[in-house]
Design a protein around this ligand. Structure first.
Ligand SMILES: [Zn+2]
Length: 374
């Protein structure tokens, strides 16, 4: 039995968390002294372990590559989801890497066998094999959480919307969601939205790409977006090098367009040189936009767990997996930058302090502290 003393819940109340065999047994006001005790310094918050639903957690394919533990537990993220770096050809390698990692790793399987070995992976329809997709899900049912289709001009070649139809039909048979990357047209966003079903995810939702973002002033698109959200299609941030705009995010906030999950689309270059840096910095941008701490933390815990259909994650309820993230929230002025180089002043920062993962309490690396634009 393990007891965590002294951490504050998001509502500010201090709690004791009792953990047994890797699962949360209880969250109470009383300090329990049975078994091991970890005392957390005053002012440290605890939440369910953070889940980053869009990362590139496969170190092999440059440039979209990173090590799961660097973008994971070392920066406060207990679960990373690789968003389509691997297709059927390399999923076994990701699985083997996952076995060596402390961070929990899931994957949206790229519908192309080759994944991000090439950057136009959907330009050749012959590389999309439903048979190999089904085989992969049969072999790695716990790790694979859905399919990934990157539906932008540079990826699809002459294939238009066809790859997405194949993805949706495989997803239907597997009863899993499709995560669809949106970017420069073609295909047009309206054509993508028409194909998506309940539980599917639109990533890079706050991009500002010409004519193909959620606010291109087309009433048809606005209706299609509202219908999609109504039938249960999720919007995911997927910050990335070129896909997050403060202007788009502000408009969405004004128009009350709800996003589900905050994710980074992190890989080596945008981790080291920005504008992503890490999950905490991405969360800080949403605090600076005016979202509450509670909303921000839910978007990286409870909500991604719901999207991934992993109800034992993202929660502090009894019986949940005891993945925890500890963090500080401090007053500090910083200038944060979006993917277009626009800046936003922040006055508060979330800073990861430690994680509890697989029963192990690990303090986060200092080098993964909040980064500023200057
Ligand atoms: Zn990505």
């Amino acid at each position: 039995m393990l007891n965590i003393h002294g951490a504050s819940l998001i509502n500010g109340k201090q709690c004791n968390i009792t953990i047994k065999n890797g699962y949360i047994q209880d969250v109470t006001k009383e300090e329990v002294y049975e078994g091991d005790v970890i005392s957390v310094p005053e002012g440290v918050y605890v939440s369910p372990g953070w889940i980053d639903i869009h990362t590139h957690a496969f170190p092999k394919f440059e440039p979209y590559c990173a090590h799961p533990d660097i973008i994971g537990y070392k920066s406060g993220v207990t679960t990373v989801v690789d968003a389509g770096s691997c297709g059927a050809d390399n999923i076994e390698e990701l699985y083997e890497l996952n076995l060596e990692c402390k961070t929990r790793v899931f994957s949206f399987l790229n519908i192309s066998n080759v994944g991000l070995k090439v950057l136009n992976e959907l330009a050749d329809l012959a590389a999309i094999s439903p048979r190999r997709i089904y085989e992969s899900f049969h072999k790695y049912p716990d790790m694979l959480v859905g399919l990934k289709a990157r539906m932008s001009a540079s990826v699809i070649g002459e294939n238009g919307i066809k790859p997405l139809h194949i993805a949706r039909s495989c997803a239907e048979k597997l009863n899993k969601p499709v995560m669809v990357h949106i970017g420069s047209a073609p295909p047009k966003l309206q054509d993508i939205l028409k194909v998506l079903a309940k539980g599917d995810i639109v990533t890079h939702c706050f991009n500002e790409k010409e004519g193909n973002n959620i606010f291109n002033n087309d009433p048809v698109l606005t209706n299609l977006l509202q219908e999609a959200i109504k039938r249960g299609v999720y919007l995911d941030v997927g910050h990335g090098t070129s896909s997050f705009s403060f202007r788009t995010a502000k408009k969405a906030m004004q128009k009350k367009i709800p996003f589900q999950t905050i994710s980074t689309d992190i890989y080596e270059t945008n981790r080291i040189h920005g504008p992503v840096y890490n999950m905490a910095t991405t969360l800080n941008k949403f605090l600076a936009l005016g979202y509450s701490l509670e909303e921000v933390i839910r978007s990286v815990t409870e909500k991604p767990a719901q999207v991934l259909n992993k109800p034992q994650l993202g929660s502090l309820k009894k019986g949940s997996v005891a993945d925890l993230t500890f963090f500080k929230v401090e007053k500090k002025h910083a200038v944060l930058t979006d993917s277009l180089g626009n800046t936003l002043d922040a006055s508060v920062e979330i800073k990861p302090y430690a994680v509890l993962l697989g029963g192990e309490y690990i303090e986060c690396d200092n080098e993964y502290e909040l980064k500023e634009s200057n």
